[in-house]
Design a protein. Structure first.
Length: 363
């Protein structure tokens, strides 16, 4: 078990923080967070398995019950917005008058579908967020989007810029003259393939799923591969350009980890999400294009690949800007929020009693 140390001011009682997230065993995280190792190990073992739906939900409810019982021994619980985290928040909302402070470290949900499905999902997610102290979001636009969607006060949702994950892997950065795109969540690879069709550039796409490419004629200049984590980072590190083609989605659009890591390596980066301006200054530290716009993406790719002075300027600025996405900055913001949760615990069940913390405070 990890030794807990004080997070708050000297002399104040130390916080006991429990989470299944080990953040790749980063020392700054483990100094302040006790890892729920049994849950983390179970998730790592089973999350990719194609278990029957009822069996998977039964396992998740069992872990929810275990976390619910254990949580009373801690000052703050940190989870993701997976079903165990969501079920735990709902359980607290329903069964506890005095809830243990709980923060969703990443609130990554989207609500779509028919009217009945949307109604049920909105009710469930509203109940979950109401049972938690805060839900961290990864773009500032999501604060208003979730607040409006779930009819909850904006203070429930806090933007904290996500962090790079390259700290645990040594990579050799070089330019092997190809364009790289990778990942599966929220990716729009048909968009990228159309944008690079008939262009004179080699393109490598690393994806686990092949349904991205169903009914698409992949051109000769595009290579689709499946690689492990370290190989994925090597492909980023050796590329001339990193492209993160993202879909337009109702609330959350992912990809932050991928383009933050590319920026940390000093790579020119294009992201098809105009709301990624929390991370990228368009035209200076990277390029943002609208989701679904083939022509805009194609033009941006050609600009970077053909204007070497512009590309090098992007690389230098991206590397400088990436300092804002160091893991330690993210952890510091999370621990400050934990302090705020504990400090306001007597009134945490009264939504109207909480002030709306400025979003900038958690950047």
């Amino acid at each position: 078990m990890n030794k807990l140390v004080p997070v708050r001011a000297p002399g104040a009682p130390r916080l006991r923080i429990l989470s299944p997230y080990n953040k790749s065993n980063h020392a700054a995280w483990l100094k302040n967070v006790q890892i729920y190792e049994e849950l983390a190990d179970d998730v790592a073992k089973h999350w990719r398995k194609n278990l029957p739906a009822m069996r998977r939900i039964a396992r998740e409810l069992l872990w929810t019950w275990r976390l619910f019982r254990l949580s009373r021994k801690y000052d703050v619980i940190l989870t993701g917005s997976d079903r165990v985290g969501l079920f735990f928040a709902v359980a607290q909302q329903i069964f506890r008058r005095s809830r243990v402070p709980h923060v969703f470290l990443d609130f990554l949900i989207n609500i779509s579908g028919g009217k009945f499905e949307r109604t049920i999902r909105k009710f469930f997610y509203r109940l979950a967020v109401s049972g938690a102290s805060y839900a961290l979001v990864q773009r500032t636009c999501e604060v208003e989007a979730y607040s409006r969607l779930l009819n909850l006060p904006a203070f429930r949702f806090c933007f904290v810029a996500y962090h790079a994950t390259t700290f645990e892997t040594a990579v050799e950065v070089r330019d092997d003259n190809y364009i790289f795109a990778g990942g599966d969540s929220d990716r729009d690879y048909p968009l990228l393939i159309e944008a690079v069709r008939k262009l004179p550039y080699r393109v490598i796409i690393a994806a686990l799923r092949r349904d991205h490419f169903a009914n698409i004629k992949v051109p000769e200049n595009v290579e689709i591969v499946t690689v492990k984590g370290a190989q994925f980072l090597d492909l980023v590190a050796h590329a001339s350009l990193d492209v993160v083609p993202l879909k337009k989605l109702p609330q959350h659009v992912g990809g932050e980890q991928t383009y933050i890591n590319a920026m940390t390596m000093g790579k020119a980066t294009i992201v098809t999400d105009l709301n990624a301006n929390d991370y990228i200054e368009n035209g200076k530290t990277g390029i943002l294009t609208p989701a679904g716009d083939v022509a805009a993406l194609r033009q941006a790719i050609q600009k970077v690949m053909e204007d070497h002075a512009f590309a090098h300027a992007l690389e230098r600025s991206a590397k400088e800007a990436s300092a804002k996405f160091a893991p330690e900055r993210f952890f510091e913001a999370v621990f400050k929020l934990c302090d705020a949760c504990v400090a306001s615990r007597p009134s945490q069940n009264k939504q109207s009693s909480k002030p709306d913390p400025p979003v900038a405070a958690w950047r």
